[in-house]
Design a protein around this ligand. Structure first.
Ligand SMILES: [Cu+2]
Length: 306
């Protein structure tokens, strides 16, 4: 029963997707890159099953409903303006109640919300219920950079910080405000179990192309997952205002083939082995002006306090 509902839902979603002219345009051959593009309309190309599902939900269900409601309301307004203005309709109707109409405008929105809620709940569940994973990566949001940890039992056992590249560190071809010194690397086609937390304030780990967006909350370990289908570099940004350099703590995930990943693990183990903790507050080689040593805790102000 549950399976048949799921199959019917998938069928309805794919039908809605096919019927949507906007989604057809979006599905045209686009280069798959994990970055915003000039003149971009719509979302970044999806490279994970969850991101695909999000695109179907947005383009196939939400947009047609939004467009339908907008057109309906606009037409109603036009009819009212043309047919019921003072000149065209000098003696207005005195009707104040219309039972059928009132039932209709109560029931229709409820039905629409149901239509939205069912696939929406399924999507939320799929995002948060982590399938059998191939590897685990722990991400910690800090003011104002990210730390990545690769567990020992998965051939890792190291951690590193990832800072934005600025000024002279930014080489030609690198993306301003998105390029970082140490990219996190993951293998293509593997399910990555993400553990996300915050070290100081609430940050948010967000990668549009992966359909990943999850809060990094101090004292709490949130989890999500992704399975990147294509090799490449995928960028994201902290999406929860977290302080003065909130805009300057980008996320860069490089998706590579199995062999390249193994090679990176070996080199990363050597490179990051000397760092006992992921924070390099005392490391003068940090490439940007933003170092953890500069962090000064923000004064805590209670609501209503003067
Ligand atoms: Cu942040």
């Amino acid at each position: 029963m549950k399976q048949s509902i799921g199959a019917a839902l998938r069928w309805a979603m794919s039908l809605a997707f096919l019927l949507s002219p906007i989604s057809l345009a979006a599905a045209a051959d686009e280069p798959v890159v994990g970055q915003p593009l000039p003149g971009q309309i719509g979302m970044q190309p999806a490279v994970t099953p969850i991101a695909h599902q999000m695109h179907v939900f947005h383009n196939g269900i939400l947009l047609p409903i939004i467009i339908g409601i907008s057109v309906f309301v606009a037409v109603l307004l036009a009819v009212v303006i043309v047919r019921y203005n003072e000149k065209a309709n000098p003696v207005p109707s005195k009707t104040t109640h219309h039972t059928a109409l009132e039932i209709a405008w109560t029931v229709t929105p409820v039905l629409l919300l149901f239509i939205i809620a069912i696939p929406s709940m399924k999507l939320l569940t799929d995002e948060l219920v982590v399938p059998k994973s191939d590897m685990t990566m722990k991400v910690t949001g800090k003011q104002w950079f990210w730390s990545y940890e690769y567990p020992k039992d998965q051939n890792g056992g190291f951690a590193f910080d990832s800072y934005i590249l600025k000024g002279d560190d930014l080489k030609p071809g690198m993306l301003r405000n998105l390029a970082v010194d140490n990219e996190a690397v993951v293998p293509v086609g593997k399910t990555v179990h993400l553990l996300v937390t915050g070290a100081d304030v609430i940050h948010e780990f967000m990668i549009p192309a992966f359909g990943v967006r999850i809060d990094a909350v101090p004292g709490r370990m949130n989890e999500s997952w992704f399975k990147a289908e294509k090799e490449g570099v995928y960028y994201g940004e902290c999406s929860n205002i977290c302080g003065k350099d909130h805009a300057f703590m980008p996320i860069a995930i490089r998706v590579v083939g199995e062999k390249a990943y193994e090679a990176w693990l070996q080199s990363a183990k050597k490179q990051f082995a000397s760092a006992p903790s992921p924070s390099r507050a005392a490391d003068a080689s940090a490439p940007t002006s933003i170092r953890s040593a500069e962090i000064t805790p923000a004064p805590v102000r209670l609501a209503g306090a003067q």
